[in-house]
Design a protein around this ligand. Structure first.
Ligand SMILES: Cc1cc2nc3c(=O)[nH]c(=O)nc-3n(C[C@H](O)[C@H](O)[C@H](O)COP(=O)(O)OP(=O)(O)OC[C@H]3O[C@@H](n4cnc5c(N)ncnc54)[C@H](O)[C@@H]3O)c2cc1C
Length: 504
């Protein structure tokens, strides 16, 4: 029935697993046909590759159904791979690390379970998209803003568990999590933080609970399936000011980055600015790769008089650097109807798909791209060093350097992108080969990635090498204890269960 079998699982064993899933979830919630599975391939891999394809998709719609899926996987020894919306494009989309895994598609678990206006949080299920959370807050008349990534079709939970980023003051999504519910690899159900106390009202209000805080164990890991998550939301400000600092000369990057760090550390700028070249930031009609000018978007929020004062401070600091021009657009916090430009929308939590359209321009529907994202310190000298290194490494492969630097007070995520045609195997392969060299080339200088594509999960984990990979050994000790049959997302982030470790 299925063509892609997981390692060590025979066709008849797989058929029995599918029968069990069907008995537990109903036939409509188990997909095995080639046609149904096509949607769940990595959309940015070469169309003919089948290294990361699934054998089946199961679609549970309750926590109990997720628990049952995990129990069946243990009984039948079939690997699972979970996603909320599966829009993890450039990192593999919905596709699994291990060929033949069964995808656990959580799109049907899409309810916003609770919103607290007073405490500014929401409790969401794992299939809730950024579009859904935004619409739910607007429909309910809540004076609360979500933080969203540049494109809105992903799941809040999936994006957050991958350390995804948005661009409001709540844009470090993992840092805005408060309380999770998790199905463990043996089917048991855990609530973290104050959720561990049945009658507590503080599950979404106080993070740490009592004893070790374990939320981080379920981010970028394969230790559980998150079935509920609390997210803190931004109270609607009186005024929102969308700002841009623009310049042309590369020599301006260093002083601008240093000035920004000071403005972020002292709290003048509280959101997560994007410093970009070649992705059309600050332009009405941006074209990817077409422009060598630099632009940084950032935003200010609060009572009108406070925002006026913050703007004066930020403008003075940034325009003191020769060649920098600052632009701004004012909006009332309670009237976002006038916000139409992509940059302005993402900084106030209005999801859209404009950037996706822009990123599909190079090869139309066959456009693929690989994002390469090392982390550096937030100092002018480090940022310039990383840009120069990345330019030279990309340059060796004839790939133009396109930059989108997500700025935090102390660190920078250097997101860069290379485009290729997914119907052209040679072109796709050469982008992938360049990527591998970028990983090792940057690691040689001490720069690690914050997130990567399925194909490079081992290579990137390999670079985190302190004390003979003590962190990986620690993770795999936990993996073996929690998941002795190795059924949950084996290989994710380079964490393998004992039975598959030789695959590394
Ligand atoms: C043009 C473009 C722009 C982008 N801009 C941004 C951006 O601004 N910021 C950003 O962060 N990303 C960005 N991305 C990357 C990506 O599209 C988003 O992060 C997207 O939100 C991820 O998809 P998802 O939310 O559907 O996650 P999913 O695919 O649902 O999940 C991602 C991974 O998390 C794990 N996971 C998901 N759900 C669970 C669960 N319930 N339990 C346990 N593990 C789980 C799985 O390993 C899964 O593979 C961009 C991509 C493109 C193509």
């Amino acid at each position: 029935m299925t063509t892609a079998l997981p390692p060590g699982v025979s066709a008849s064993e797989m058929d029995r697993a599918v029968e069990d899933f069907t008995a537990a979830l109903g036939p409509a919630a188990v997909l095995t046909s080639e046609e149904d599975l096509r949607e769940f391939r990595d959309p940015y891999a070469y169309v003919g590759w089948d290294e990361f394809i699934a054998s089946a998709v199961v679609v549970p719609d309750t926590v109990e159904a997720v628990q049952e899926v995990v129990r069946i996987a243990n009984r039948r020894r079939v690997p699972l791979w979970t996603f909320g919306q599966g829009r993890n494009n450039t990192y593999g989309g919905p596709a699994p690390r291990v060929r033949g895994s069964v995808l656990v598609n959580l799109r049907q678990m899409n309810r916003v379970l609770e919103v607290s206006e007073e405490l500014a949080y929401a409790l969401v299920e794992p299939g809730v998209r950024f579009f859904d959370l935004h619409d739910h807050l607007r429909a309910g008349g809540h004076r609360l803003w979500p933080s969203i990534p540049d494109i809105g079709w992903g799941s809040v939970v999936g994006n957050t568990l991958e350390y995804g980023r948005g661009y409001t003051p709540y844009g470090d999504h993992a840092a805005a999590v408060c309380g999770m519910e998790v199905v463990l690899p043996n089917g048991d159900l855990l609530r973290t933080g104050m959720g561990a106390m049945t009658r507590s009202g503080c599950w979404q209000a106080y993070r740490w609970g009592y004893g070790p805080s374990v939320d981080g164990l379920f981010m970028q890991s394969n230790f559980g399936i998150v079935t509920k998550m609390g997210v803190w939301l931004m109270p609607q400000p009186e005024v929102y000011l969308s700002c841009f600092a623009k310049f042309e000369d590369d020599a301006t990057v260093e002083p601008l980055v240093d000035a920004l760090r000071r403005l972020m550390l002292d709290g003048t700028i509280r959101n997560y600015p994007l410093l970009a070249q070649g992705v059309g930031v600050g332009e009405q009609e941006g074209e990817v790769g077409a422009d060598n000018r630099w632009a940084m978007r950032f935003a200010l929020y609060g009572p009108e008089e406070v925002v006026h004062a913050q703007y004066r401070v930020a403008e003075a600091a940034l325009t003191a650097i020769p060649g920098v021009e600052v632009e701004k657009r004012w909006y009332a916090g309670d009237d976002l109807g006038a916000v139409t430009m992509h940059d302005d929308k993402v900084q106030c939590g209005i999801p859209g798909m404009e950037l996706m359209d822009r990123f599909m321009e190079p090869y139309g529907e066959h456009t693929g791209h690989l994002d390469f994202s090392p982390v550096s310190q937030h100092t002018g000298r480090e940022v310039v060093k990383v840009i120069e290194l990345m330019r030279s490494l990309y340059g060796r492969h004839g790939i133009p350097y396109i930059a989108g630097l997500i700025m935090s007070p102390r660190s920078v995520l250097h997101i860069s992108t290379s485009f290729y045609d997914t119907t052209d195997e040679a072109q796709t392969s050469s982008a992938y080969d360049a990527y591998a060299e970028l990983v090792t080339g940057m690691a040689a200088e001490g720069y690690g990635l914050y997130r990567t594509n399925l194909r490079y999960m081992d290579l990137v984990a390999e670079q985190y090498d302190f004390n003979d990979h003590a962190l990986r050994r620690f993770n795999e000790t936990i993996k073996d204890a929690l998941d002795p049959n190795g059924v949950l997302s084996p290989g994710k982030q380079g964490i393998w269960p004992r039975s598959m470790r030789q695959a590394r």
